[in-house]
Design a protein around this ligand. Structure first.
Ligand SMILES: Nc1nc2c(ncn2[C@@H]2O[C@H](COP(=O)(O)OP(=O)(O)OP(=O)(O)O)[C@@H](O)[C@H]2O)c(=O)[nH]1
Ligand SMILES: [Mg+2]
Length: 453
């Protein structure tokens, strides 16, 4: 990838719309557009201004447009940018892009605009990742969490703490230069105080990841149970849609069927599965195997018991197997309309939610239970939440390295070892905001953007 080039990409989705926007960024962005723009001389216009005119290929008018220009460094990429608002026809967009390619622009790679913004110091890596999250946010909460991160989030605090730590690291390294002499430039007590301060900040961020992850990625929730328990009926009832086939023949569902709904600001992805049983049917057996795999990977299991046919003994056996999975679950007794009152009595103290999926009875109780598993408040402007696994992992690594520094201080280890652990912590902190990067990491992050971002 050559960052000297001037790049171009549509900034709006493909398809017919009232307007479409094409964006160019790079040294020649404005001059390239100026070559084909009939209106004013764009090269003489100040930054942050919009200009009406027509774009011509030779004598042929391609479209009437508005060109907005941003001059470096006052633009998103800190390069010259020209944004062309044209009519929202795929043909117009294609013809305009082809014309600009002919005049020296090249197609942008996915995420290249944002990558340039990062390379020019306009945003840090965590903010760049937040931009992708904003685009992909599916709930109000996810959007707000991403906006907060893009607007600075924990980046500035982390950079600040990192600088304080660098200060100590260099003092300790200076001590090492004095070799034999017994000097101490870095006051050990001050260092300990600083690390304790950083640790408590890191811990708040680390603890926020549980909620952050749920907010950003939703909760994959597997609906499991024996054949005919009413799993597909429940999925349909939750979705308010006849999504899965329901029948009184055990073994109806084979492939997993999934769909999402937003409850209380959280995106739940419900996965209806094949009923659990030993079976001679080869296809059904594959389905059952898949159910077991899905259950192991779920964040939550809604386990359905068929109260019309279960006994206390059979229920105990299923409960046992469910506990062994070690995954959060909700025990749901379905077909309460057909249940033996004596059985209901026996189960009363065993933490069941009783519903009738076909009668849509008590579904609200089940939904409340779902939400209660996740204590998530509405995300407000300014709340700092870690939603990104990469950030979370680096925060944990930083905390662990700093813990080694603290232990080292307690054991009065020598400066060179202290310095090593501090450097390690600095490394992980730097990875979060992108002070330290590798080509692979950048490739990995930006390739997940769409073209034009
Ligand atoms: N009486 C009663 N019947 C129900 C209830 N919920 C589901 N059923 C019936 O139970 C039968 C099985 O329902 P399904 O939803 O297909 O069951 P399933 O768990 O998906 O079954 P498999 O896909 O075979 O594993 C159907 O005849 C439903 O109409 C309920 O609350 N009460
Ligand atoms: Mg089913």
């Amino acid at each position: 990838m050559n960052f000297q080039d001037t790049i171009i990409a549509p900034a709006t989705p493909q398809g017919v719309s009232a307007l479409a926007v094409i964006r160019l960024s790079g040294k020649d962005a404005i001059t390239i557009v100026n070559k084909v723009f009939d209106g004013k001389n764009l090269n003489e216009q100040p930054t942050q201004t919009a200009h009406f005119g027509v774009i011509k290929d030779g004598d042929e008018v391609i479209d009437e447009v508005v060109v907005t220009i941003f001059r470096e460094p006052r633009s998103f990429t800190r390069e010259n940018i020209a944004e062309i608002s044209c009519h929202g026809s795929p043909i117009v967009v294609k013809d305009l892009i082809r014309l600009f390619l002919k005049h020296g622009a090249r197609m942008a790679e996915p995420g290249e605009f944002t990558r340039r913004a990062f390379l020019h110091g306009r945003i840090d890596l965590a903010q760049a990742e937040a931009i992708a999250d904003i685009i992909h946010a599916e709930t109000e909460n996810a959007r707000q969490a991403a906006i907060n991160q893009m607007r600075g989030g924990f980046s500035s605090e982390i950079n600040h703490l990192r600088e304080e730590l660098i200060h100590f690291a260099s003092l300790i390294e200076l001590e090492l230069d004095f070799g034999e002499e017994d000097v101490e430039f870095a006051k050990r007590d001050d260092l300990r105080q600083l690390i304790l301060r950083i640790q408590s900040y890191l811990q708040v961020l680390i603890d926020s990841f549980n909620a952050g992850n749920v907010i950003k990625n939703g909760v994959p929730t597997v609906i499991a149970g024996k054949p005919n328990a009413g799993k597909s009926t429940l999925l349909n009832a939750l979705l308010n849609e006849e999504r899965a086939i329901v029948s009184d023949i055990p073994g109806t569902t084979r492939d997993a069927i999934e769909d999402e709904i937003i409850l209380g600001g959280i995106n739940f992805r419900f996965i209806d599965t094949a009923g659990l049983r030993e079976t001679e049917d080869v296809i059904e057996a594959i389905g059952v195997e898949r159910t077991r795999e899905r259950m192991k990977k779920a964040s939550l299991i809604i386990y359905l018991f068929d109260l019309a046919s279960a006994t206390l003994e059979s229920i105990r056996g299923e409960e046992q197997a469910l506990h062994e999975l070690n995954i959060p679950f909700i025990k749901v007794g379905n077909k309460m309309d057909k249940a033996d009152p004596a059985l209901l009595q026996q189960l009363a103290q065993r933490d069941f939610v009783f519903i009738s999926a076909s009668g849509k009875t008590n579904l609200q109780t089940l939904k409340d239970r779902l939400l209660n598993m996740f204590h998530i408040n509405t995300v407000k402007s300014g709340d700092v939440l870690v939603t990104n696994l990469r950030h979370y992992e680096n925060l944990v690594q930083t905390r662990d390295s700093l813990q080694r520094v603290l232990t080292g201080l307690d054991e009065h280890i020598t400066g060179d070892f202290l310095a090593m652990d501090i450097r390690q912590a600095l490394h992980y902190l730097g990875l979060i905001t992108g002070t330290i990067t590798t080509e692979d990491l950048l490739e990995n992050i930006f390739s997940r953007f769409c073209i034009g971002k």
